[in-house]
Write a protein that binds this ligand. Structure first.
Ligand code: GDP
Length: 202
């Protein structure tokens, strides 16, 4: 897919205030610092698209971007951020879970995971929760340029093994580097194919 246009639409904390349009949307979520803003910028071919909405004070927001006038990319707040208080975490959890439960336009979620790290409980728990709520998701491994091909293979195999302890099937997986723009086209192609299958259904 060629991204011809990408623009910021709105940031908010309430699902009810998200855009009313029925355009298909794709949510990106992951731990802080996982490389989410960089990946969104790489996907959209813009240097600072995601940064504009993740400046301090705006980090706990649901950010909608309109892509090619035909689908929404949603940048969700980074979770597991050590410096937020327990109360803040609860508020955060509430509005994120509301987003996933109420946003019927959501086609799939992309959970970003740093390829260098072992499976983290927070990510595994979140996948579990998505599964229990029948929300489709894929895993996007980030920062692949930081590892050699063999190490990438090993880490993905270890990650898959861990997932297969609780899941019967593995979710779609993408290996990306925003620095090298690798894997970016695959993610866009996947979104394109989902958008096309939605059109066929209608
Ligand atoms: P966010 O907090 O998840 O939005 O993460 P950012 O996109 O702001 O990235 C966090 C840090 O990781 C920054 O220092 C980025 O430069 C770095 N980073 C993000 N993606 C990549 C990548 O693909 N490769 C490398 N080497 N560094 C990356």
């Amino acid at each position: 897919m060629h991204v011809k246009s990408a623009r910021f639409v709105i940031s908010n904390t309430e699902v009810a205030k998200c855009p009313k349009s029925k355009l298909p949307e794709y949510a990106f979520i992951g731990r802080s610092n996982v490389g989410k803003s960089s990946l969104i910028n790489a996907l959209c071919n813009k240097k600072n698209l995601a940064k504009t909405s993740s400046r301090p004070g705006k980090t706990q927001l649901i950010n909608h971007f309109l892509i090619n006038e035909n689908w929404h990319l949603v940048d969700l707040p980074g979770f597991g951020y050590a410096r937020v208080s327990k109360t803040q975490k609860k508020v955060f959890q509430k509005f994120i879970t509301n987003y996933f439960k109420e946003r019927t336009q959501l086609v799939t979620a992309f959970l970003l995971v740093d390829i260098r790290h072992e499976p983290q409980p927070i990510d595994l728990n979140f996948m579990q929760w998505l599964g229990e709520n029948f929300i489709p998701f894929s895993i996007i491994f980030t920062k692949a340029d930081k590892l050699k091909p063999k190490a990438i293979e090993k880490n993905i195999a270890d990650y898959s093994k861990e997932l297969l302890d609780t899941w019967e099937e593995l979710p779609p997986q993408f290996v990306t580097s925003s620095l090298h723009r690798s894997g970016v086209e695959e993610v866009l192609k996947y979104i394109d194919s989902l958008n096309a299958s939605l059109k066929m259904e209608n």
